[in-house]
Ligand binder design. Structure first.
Ligand code: FES
Ligand code: FE2
Length: 397
């Protein structure tokens, strides 16, 4: 679509000058205007410019471990299919039959050999090729000279799996994922080498929970970017790791931001601990890093575990947070020995994430105030948050 046209329309919803003010130096900047959190119509722009143009997260590979496992996913109204093929590759397709447009997959399931459309039974293989068109030429005539099957495959989406996270670029217009993730991989090379990425194993017992949040998805990212709220929102966590034990993370080029801690202690039960990453630099043993990779995933890297906390936007003021936890090697991830410790660790993070919900929902409520102008940033504490605001504003304009 013509971008001028789009800007004209966006300007009907938001005074574009307000978006430009986001880009000022932090001392003078305002945050994103209220409309970005409260106007249902605005979501169409965000869907296109933020979620479709970028590398967006729609799940993790561990949710579909077996050949033929498939889950439907609804990205702000657009139906998608996530599917594990016979070659173990994960592919993502638009969830629509090429015949009369029936939605193919309705609920998570394990497919037997093909994706079969419930309407007239056209069938697609796991690579999306249309392989059967029963009765297309009349009763018991399954081929038609006048119809070329090859032109009616499922529409495949540009997909990349990294650290088990499924990223999609719906509009196929973002830079290659390997280049996209390079700055973060370089930053983390003191913790994990490229091969170490393969060591993470999803925990089957205490490896997943989700939370419903009555707020816009962006507040979860903004809140994740700062440690300023530690003393007020996380009094217990603050006792072991306070503001001064944290440092800002501001990825350049601007595509991620967050916080690091210098005081991470491995959880223990008796004398039991989780395995650790083998190449973690000895000078950084106590560091852990919490990075929001824009738009919608927050990841936490520790010497002994990794988590993926991704956001499913449902409506302008509704989000589902999905948390997946990983350990180093199968013993730590699934061994009976460490079960209690995994339970304790999952509980710890769940409590932290629940504490954050009060902050996130509080901001959502406040954005209904007509006098709020996007607010100000602490020039010292809010730099990573401001960075995210700038990223959103730049992508919208
Ligand atoms: S709509 Fe799918 S087979 Fe007809
Ligand atoms: Fe928090």
């Amino acid at each position: 679509m013509d971008s001028n046209l789009k800007n004209t329309k966006l300007s009907k919803l938001i005074d574009l000058k307000k978006l430009e003010r986001v880009n000022k130096p932090i001392e003078a900047a305002n945050g994103l205007p209220n409309e970005c959190y409260t106007k249902e119509d605005y979501l169409a722009f965000e869907r296109e410019k933020v979620f479709f143009n970028k590398w967006t997260v729609i799940g993790v590979g561990s949710s579909i471990p077996n050949v033929g496992d498939t889950i439907p996913y609804n990205l702000l109204g657009i139906p998608l299919i996530i599917l594990r093929g016979k070659d173990m590759e994960i592919r993502v397709f638009h969830n629509v039959c090429s015949h009369r447009g029936f939605k193919l997959i309705d609920k998570p399931c394990n497919l037997k050999n093909v994706i079969r459309c419930p309407y007239h039974s056209w069938s697609y293989d796991y690579k999306g090729n249309l392989v059967a068109t029963p009765h297309i030429g009349g009763l018991n005539v399954h081929h038609s000279e006048k119809f070329n099957k090859n032109k009616s495959s499922l529409k495949k989406i540009k997909t990349k799996i990294w650290m088990d996270i499924i990223f999609v670029n719906i509009n196929s217009n973002e830079i290659e994922f390997d280049d996209y993730i390079k700055p973060l991989e370089e930053r983390w090379s003191k913790f994990i080498k490229k091969d170490d990425q393969n060591l993470i194993v999803h925990s089957k017992d205490f490896g997943y929970f989700n939370l419903d949040v009555k707020s816009n998805w962006k507040f979860a990212i903004e809140n994740y970017c700062e440690s300023y709220h530690l003393p007020t929102i996380h009094p217990e966590l603050n006792k072991v790791s306070n503001i001064n034990d944290h440092y800002h993370i501001q990825g350049l080029p601007n595509r991620f931001a967050g916080q690091g801690s210098k005081k991470y202690d491995q959880p223990m039960k008796g004398n039991k601990k989780f395995n650790t990453f083998p190449n973690w630099d000895k000078d950084w043993l106590k560091n852990s890093e919490y990075v929001a990779l824009f738009p919608n995933v927050m990841i936490g890297l520790h010497i002994d575990h990794f988590y993926v906390f991704w956001l499913e936007p449902i409506a302008i003021n509704k989000t589902i947070e999905h948390m997946h936890m990983y350990y180093i090697g199968n013993d730590s991830a699934n061994g009976e020995d460490l079960k209690e410790l995994r339970k304790q660790n999952a509980r710890f993070w769940k409590d932290v994430m629940i504490e954050d919900i009060s902050a996130i929902e509080g901001m959502q409520d406040g954005r209904n105030s007509p006098v709020y102008n996007g607010g100000n940033f602490s020039p010292v504490m809010d730099q990573p948050t401001h960075q995210f605001h700038k990223w959103v504003a730049e992508n919208l304009i």
